[in-house]
Design a protein around this ligand. Structure first.
Ligand code: GLU
Length: 501
């Protein structure tokens, strides 16, 4: 690779960052780290009409939470700063002027009304109006109006835009790292607006100027930008700059049916598609963080949306992803978003965490719910029940009987409470009372020895025993429960069951 790797994530702060945007950021991050390069974030906020307060801070917070913060951005290592396009406003005009001077762009004065009526007329004829080579010389622009006239109209404060003069009759054979060769016919492109008389560049101009000035080596972005690639490549040519390499990432598709996963799908179908919760006056959209996902799990499943390392491996740490990531292994076709698989990933990470760490998170939930855990070893409880949890919050339901003795008993299970059960339970109490080393293994051995010595069937004791402690025939290994509850509490629960059942 010739140029040092510098890649960017260039979101427009028009709302919360959708999962597709997060994946774009992640792939840029992985690519940068893999090649010992720089990952920077540039805020593309030139379209003031779409600006949403709070969105920029949201994006930064989301990337921090995921552990993929940029090396350079607004307020951080501003080597090529400013990193917010509205703060670079003054810079773009000279580039628009340069293109006009060199004949690659022109002023256009056509009013919105005029363009609208042209659109309507075309529609009536079953056509689409496109501002391009076929009509530009019939419209109100500097290709048809004299230079003096143009200068006068601009001096008089008339509104204008600067449009790109797309060359005609060219077939562009462009290379995309993921898609290979992509062909574009320049006759099918429109003359995009580059600059407006309010002094603001459009996305296209600002994006190219900044990618150049910030020494971007590769443009890695979503497939929805592929149609802009010919214009962008032509802009580099017009400026006489080397274009970066391009890689357009596959779409993320809905879990069922066809089409692109939309921002609304998540709340509609009950899963998050945003990294963090996003609140407006009207709505709240779910976030992965608030829904109890671990950032490592989110990073892991996003990495596999459109990429794999060629093996069956699914669980990757961020470091492993950095090592293995390869743009050549990114798929062309869309990646289906599978919310169940997301949960599966979270469970894998939950299982890998140590019980102390999980217990610390779980204790927060216990405190919020005013659940008394003072006599219990929460880490042991977590260790006993976590295999059935997807999220830390699932532990509440999975472990509730540890914190509260049964108030009811599962009816079906209670049918196994026979006439001789109370007597057996009383004997069991005596056995438990005699155990000094009150640990799962010792309790199990002692109880089993007692059963064998007295020729008592396992089922006769184990089920009523579990029912007494849990209130149902569920939960982890019975003797783990006994150990965690402790001798006094276990006996108390058996006594209660004898009295109740
Ligand atoms: N600002 C564009 C966006 O919102 C950036 C596209 C690009 O990466 O060139 O996605």
């Amino acid at each position: 690779m010739s140029k040092p790797v510098r890649v960017r994530f260039a979101p427009s702060p028009t709302g919360p960052l959708h999962i597709g945007g997060v994946r774009t950021a992640l792939f840029n991050y992985l690519f940068a780290k893999k090649h010992n390069g720089v990952f920077y974030l540039r805020v593309e906020d030139t379209d003031q009409t779409r600006f949403v307060p709070g969105a920029e801070a949201y994006i930064m917070e989301a990337l921090e939470w995921l552990g993929i913060a940029p090396d350079e951005t607004v307020g951080k290592n501003e080597k090529f700063g400013p990193y917010r396009q509205s703060d670079r406003k003054e810079l773009y005009k000279q580039y628009a002027d340069q293109l006009i001077e060199s004949g690659w762009a022109y002023y256009a004065f056509d009013t919105a009304e005029k363009l609208d009526s042209l659109r309507k007329t075309a529609e009536l004829e079953g056509k689409t109006f496109i501002y391009n080579h076929s009509v530009r010389e019939t419209l109100d622009n500097s290709l048809t109006v004299s230079r003096e006239e143009v200068e006068k109209r601009i001096a008089n404060g008339e509104t204008f835009v600067v449009r790109f003069k797309t060359p005609i009759n060219e077939i562009l054979n462009l290379n995309d790292i993921i898609r290979g060769e992509v062909k574009f016919d320049t006759n099918l492109l429109d003359d995009k607006v580059l600059f407006k008389s309010d002094g603001m560049p459009t996305y296209h101009l600002a994006n190219i100027v900044d990618d150049h000035l910030m020494e971007t080596s590769h443009v890695i972005r979503g497939e929805e930008w592929l149609p802009s690639m010919p214009l962008h490549v032509l802009l580099y040519k017009a400026f006489g700059w080397d274009a970066p390499e391009f890689a357009h990432l596959p779409l993320i598709l809905k879990p069922v049916g066809n089409g692109k996963l939309s921002k609304r799908d998540g709340d509609k179908m009950g899963f998050p598609v945003f990294p963090l919760e996003w609140k407006t006056n009207e709505t709240t959209s779910m976030g992965y963080r608030e829904n109890g996902f671990f950032p490592e799990a989110v990073v892991n499943f996003l990495a596999l949306l459109g990429w794999n390392d060629g093996t069956e491996q699914e669980i990757f740490t961020l470091e492993e992803l950095v090592q293995k990531f390869d743009l050549n292994r990114v798929n062309k076709s869309g990646a289906k978003f599978d919310p169940e698989k997301n949960k599966w990933f979270n469970r894998q990470y939950l299982m890998k965490k140590n019980d102390e760490e999980l217990a610390n998170n779980f204790i927060k939930i216990l405190k919020d719910n005013r659940i008394d855990y003072s006599n219990l070893n929460v880490a042991k409880i977590v260790g006993a029940v976590k295999k059935d949890a997807y999220f830390v919050s699932d532990l509440t339901e999975l472990s509730n009987y540890f914190f509260q003795e049964p108030t009811t008993y599962d009816e079906k299970a209670a049918k196994n409470w026979k006439e001789d059960t109370p007597d057996l339970m009383k004997q069991l109490i005596t056995v438990l009372e005699g155990i000094t080393d009150f640990t799962s293994v010792t309790i199990e051995n002692t109880v089993k020895e007692w059963l064998t010595a007295n020729e008592i069937g396992m089922g006769k004791v184990m089920q009523p025993f579990r029912l007494s402690l849990v209130g149902a025939l569920k939960g982890p290994h019975l003797f783990d429960i006994v150990e965690i509850l402790g001798k006094v509490e276990s006996i108390k629960r058996i006594e209660k069951a004898i009295a109740t059942l």
